[in-house]
Design a protein around this ligand. Sequence first.
Ligand code: SF4
Length: 249
Amino acid sequence: MMPDVMIAEVAARVPDSLGAYRGSVAVGPGGPGARSLTALRDPAAFDATLAAFGAGFGVVDRRILVSYWSQFYFAALATPALTALVCLGRALPLAFETTSLELDDAGRPARLLVAADAAQAPCGVAPGLGGLVAAHLAPFVALCHGQCGLAPRVLWGNAAVILDHVAGELGAGKLGMELGRDAPACAEIAACLGRGAPPCGPGVMPLARALCPGAGGCRRRRVCCLRSGLPGVPSCGALCPRECGAGAG
Ligand code: SF4
């Protein structure tokens, strides 16, 4: 199936609760500001990509800035990627090596762009969330760590929080299976998020172990995401491992 056809099918299945990200994956080279993810391995290109986002926060620790920026990145990625897996039982062609990124006016990651011939690319994405981890999330975590020294476990925590939320909205658990979701895909996603049988493959473990049970049946981060170090950014609330609540950090 051509990527544009599959992306349209995915968009039609995104629930309204996740509607803000219905269009966050598209086909094409994008606008003049689009840049390939592999180009961000150049430190100058990475710094330029973060420039507009960082401008609003003044002088701050770069690791804090990258952690917060990554949360917008994972949000743009998670909804289309998981909707494809849960509702279609197939993976979008979102290999890191063939994907580009567009920012919004505030410098936040807004849209991921796949090449029109991405489905035929040799470095495609294997089925399941484990495939997305290997083909996209792991290289992205390595990129951010390499460019600023941010601990990978912070980035995996950011990814896990957002993927766990999106999976829940899509009904990727028992309810989803009752609703007719792709059952093997739901089970695999649950395992990769630490909610089911242990995932196979060591590459998925940093994601599967990123969250732990919190108060009231909620899940929370194992490590702080640092975002409270940015002026004007709200705390993580119930997700906080320090149970610091609003305003702490
Ligand atoms: S609310 Fe908690 S997890 Fe979030 S930045 Fe503050 S201390 Fe860290």
